[in-house]
Structures are given as structure tokens and as C-alpha cells.
Design a protein around this ligand. Structure first.
Ligand code: GAL
Length: 462
């Protein structure tokens, strides 16, 4: 029976743009804008405008979360709600009051706030004016916004995160067309990755000034997808090595070690696509590493050698070095199209322990998105989501192995507390421990909520 350390935090993760709805926001983020201009880009034409209406329901939503045994909630402050003028970071009073109420309500429920500053929600105006994360001016504006957050809420919020999954911004906006503006441009993607690393380090530097207290910590949340080679053929192994550098180390190394992986820099430089960086910026990245790391884990990354040689005449994209591999016989979450491979969590735990000086970390997202959960409603109207319980159980077993071997993992945050809006897939797949009946916004505990509550009370499961 796996058990977890005494102070282990059982929590849930979500984000502002996926829960609040865009009520009373002074600005649109890239998703608000994309939905307003192209609603059919989203599953069933459902956008982020109402989401799970956390904006109005936060008090009762948080009470339900407490019933599900959630002791920590990771959510995010929306740049487009808090700030009126991006250049000066002047405050929007309605936004300030809202986040004050939410934080106070969390604390009143015994739920520790874990606040993230960016969850894919770049203000669209900053993309249109400056090219968003392509611009180092936007880096400066982000730091100003972050400083406002630290000053306003640092008295009550002790755990902060600069970004959620910056790699997904790179992938979604600049490589694979999942996010507005759906640019496909490898070299731009490389510069954006660098700029987001720089923004994270600069935000950490500002945090050290604003919140110097020992119990205040700052980190970054990364989606780690361990790269496994399709075979031990050296070409597949080389493909997996590059995939690991590009997908994981690109953000993990600067965040924790303070520098980019030399092998990756060498390859990008040789290909003529290396980012523009100054020695001062690199020194700043070196000096401002994270206190802790959040790891979002959903699926592994299986890779094989590319079909054609990287030397072929073709536009530069990172994928010239690897190709995704669909391993025969893999277990799938068919609704989401992601492989289920809990063992990777043991590998992640070991990697952090051995190569990232065993920095404190937590699972900041892990969960299972399933379509048509009405299928599983019982006569009392409770979703019997045994598949979600099994998913968590298997991942927690793998995590417990890593912890038993000495990895410094301090919490597990399920994605998510209440069914929420998921980017392009909107409400197609449901992830919550708590169901949201969208048409009425009625929220009810699923079977997994009772299981999670038991887990968080006892620190163990059968
Ligand atoms: C993550 C993302 C979340 C959520 C989750 C499940 O990549 O951080 O915002 O959408 O996937 O789809």
C-alpha cells in the first residue's frame, strides 16, 4: 500500500481562462479573441466566454473542492483581467477586487493558493502590436504585471509560478497550429522559447525583491514528456535524444540549472536558427533559477528516426530530427488520443533527483479526460468514474516508487477539480473530480471526489 510523506499536499489544478468566463474583463486574451472571430475552431463552437463560471460561483465551487479533499488549488491570475494598461501595468479595480475575494475564499476553505501568472493567455493586443512572445518588450510588460501580482497578493499567496507549460505556447502558437495565431515557423519558435525563459528568470528576479520571505517560493510549471526511443537502433536513440533536449530540457535546464543544454545550443547554432541572446540576459538566467518545480504529466513521448534526412532541403522545424512513434499495443485514453503510461512518473522522479539536484517538485497536473461521462451516471446522478480512480492510482503508485527512492516530490495536484473548458477541445473531455452540468452550471461530486478525499485524509490508498 503506497503511503506519502506527512506534509504531502493533495491538490487540484486549473486556470483562470479555463474556469472564470470572461465576465467584466477589460481585455481579450488570444483565446477570447480567437473564439470571437472563429468560434468553429473550438469543439462544438464552445468558447471560454462562460467556462465553468468560477467568476460567479467561486465561493460554492471552493466549498465543493474542500469536500473533495483538495488542500491546495493551483489556478492563475489573468493578465487581461488584472491590468488596465499593459505598458504601465495600471490596475483594473474590478479585477483586483475579484482576485482578492477568490484568494480570501480559498484560505477560508483551508485551501492553499498556488498562483500561476500565465496559462496560454497572452493579451491579444500584445500579439497584434508586438508579436507577443517574439518580443522582448512583451517580456518587460509581463514582469510589470507579475510585480503587481506579488505586491497585491504576496501577503496571502506564498507559492507562485511564472508560466504553465511554456513549451505548449511554442508548440501551439508557432509549430503545430493549436493556438491562435497558428503560425508555423521554426526559427520564431526558437526565439519565443528563449524569450519565455528570459521572462521567467526576470520574473523570478522581481519576486526576490517583492517577496523575500523564506516561506515564499517561486517555480515554473513544465509539461514533461519523457522521450523514449522506438528501438535501440542508434538512429532512433539519436532521435529520442534530440526530442528530449527540445521538448524537456529547453525549459527544464534554464529553470533549474540556469543554463541551456549545450548540445541543443550547438545544434541550433549549426543550423543557423539559434536565438538572439545577450551575455547580460544569459547571466540573469543563470542567477535566477526556481525554488521548486511543477511537473504536468499526461503521456510519454515515443520517437523514432525521421522519415527523411535532416539534410534535405526543407524549412527548419525541430521535427526534422525526430518523428512521433505510435507504439503497437500501447494503452490509450482513446477519447483524448494520449497514451497512458504511469511508469514515466518514476522516470521523471529519478531524473529530477539525479540530474536536477533533487529540487523540491510536485505533480502540478495529472488526470484523465473522458468524453460523454453521462454514460457513467448512476441512479443518484453520481458519475461512477472508476477509470479516473484507476488512472490516479496507477500514477500514484509510480510516483510513490520515485519518492521511496528519495525523489523530493511534495504534492500531487489532479487536473482538475471541476470539469472545465479545455482550449480547442472545449468541454469534449471531462477531467473533473466534480461534474459541471453546463446548461445549468450545477456542480456535483463524482465518485472520484470521494476517493480523493479519502486519499487526502489518510495519505494512502489500497
Ligand atoms: C494541459 C494544460 C491544461 C489542460 C490539460 C488537459 O496541457 O496545462 O490547461 O488543458 O492539458 O487538457
Amino acid at each position: 500500500m503506497p503511503t506519502f510523506p506527512t506534509n504531502f499536499v493533495w491538490g487540484a489544478a486549473t486556470s483562470g481562462p479555463q474556469t472564470e468566463g470572461n465576465f467584466q474583463k477589460p481585455h481579450q486574451n488570444v483565446f477570447d479573441y480567437w473564439f470571437a472571430t472563429e468560434p468553429m475552431a473550438f469543439d462544438s463552437g464552445v468558447g471560454p466566454d462562460v467556462a465553468s463560471d468560477f467568476y460567479h460561483d467561486y465561493a460554492s465551487d471552493l466549498a465543493l473542492m474542500a469536500q473533495a479533499g483538495i488542500h491546495g488549488l493551483r489556478t492563475s491570475i489573468q493578465w487581461t483581467r488584472l491590468i488596465d494598461d499593459f505598458e504601465t501595468a495600471s490596475l483594473n479595480p474590478v479585477g483586483v477586487a475579484y482576485y482578492n475575494h477568490v484568494i480570501d475564499a480559498m484560505l477560508a476553505q483551508g485551501i492553499e493558493p498556488y498562483m500561476n501568472l500565465h496559462h496560454f493567455d497572452l493579451p491579444v493586443e500584445l500579439y497584434q502590436k508586438y508579436g507577443g512572445w517574439e518580443s522582448k518588450h512583451v517580456v518587460e510588460l509581463f514582469v510589470k504585471f507579475a510585480e503587481q501580482c506579488f505586491k497585491l497578493f504576496g501577503d496571502r499567496v506564498k507559492n507562485w509560478y511564472t508560466f504553465n507549460e511554456p513549451k505548449v505556447v511554442v508548440d501551439g502558437q508557432y509549430l503545430y497550429g493549436w493556438h491562435y495565431p497558428q503560425v508555423i515557423d521554426g526559427p520564431k519558435a526558437v526565439q519565443v522559447a528563449y524569450n519565455m525563459n528570459l521572462a521567467s528568470a526576470k520574473t523570478i528576479a522581481a519576486f526576490r525583491q517583492c517577496c523575500p520571505q523564506d516561506d515564499h517560493k517561486i517555480g515554473i510549471i513544465l509539461n514533461l514528456t519523457p522521450a523514449y526511443a522506438a528501438s535501440d537502433d542508434p538512429a532512433d536513440v539519436a532521435a529520442a535524444e534530440f526530442a528530449e533536449l527540445w521538448s524537456n530540457n529547453l525549459f527544464l535546464d534554464p529553470a533549474v540549472l540556469g543554463h541551456f543544454p549545450a548540445k541543443l545550443v550547438e545544434t541550433l547554432d549549426r543550423d543557423g536558427v539559434l536565438w538572439e541572446a545577450t551575455p547580460d540576459e544569459l547571466a540573469l538566467i543563470q542567477a535566477n533559477t526556481v525554488d521548486c518545480l511543477g511537473v504536468n504529466y499526461y503521456h510519454p513521448f515515443r520517437v523514432q528516426r525521421p522519415d527523411i534526412s535532416p539534410q534535405s532541403l526543407q524549412p527548419w522545424l525541430p521535427d526534422i530530427y525526430f518523428k512521433e512513434y505510435d507504439m503497437p499495443g500501447r494503452i490509450m485514453n482513446v477519447d483524448r488520443g494520449w497514451e497512458i503510461y504511469p511508469e514515466a512518473l518514476t522516470d521523471i522522479a529519478k531524473n529530477i533527483q539525479e540530474n536536477y539536484h533533487n529540487i523540491p517538485w510536485f505533480v502540478s497536473e495529472n488526470g484523465m479526460g473522458v468524453a460523454n461521462e453521462e454514460r457513467f451516471l448512476d441512479e443518484q446522478g453520481v458519475v461512477q468514474d472508476d477509470y479516473r480512480i484507476d488512472f490516479m492510482r496507477h500514477h500514484l503508485q509510480a510516483l510513490a516508487k520515485g519518492i521511496a527512492a528519495g525523489s523530493n516530490c511534495q504534492g500531487y495536484f489532479v487536473w482538475t477539480a471541476i470539469d472545465c473548458w479545455s482550449w480547442n477541445h472545449a468541454y469534449h473531455n471531462r477531467y473533473g473530480l466534480i461534474r459541471d452540468e453546463l446548461h445549468t452550471q450545477t456542480k456535483t461530486l463524482k465518485k472520484s471526489a470521494a476517493w480523493f478525499n479519502q486519499l487526502s485524509q489518510t495519505n494512502q490508498f489500497d
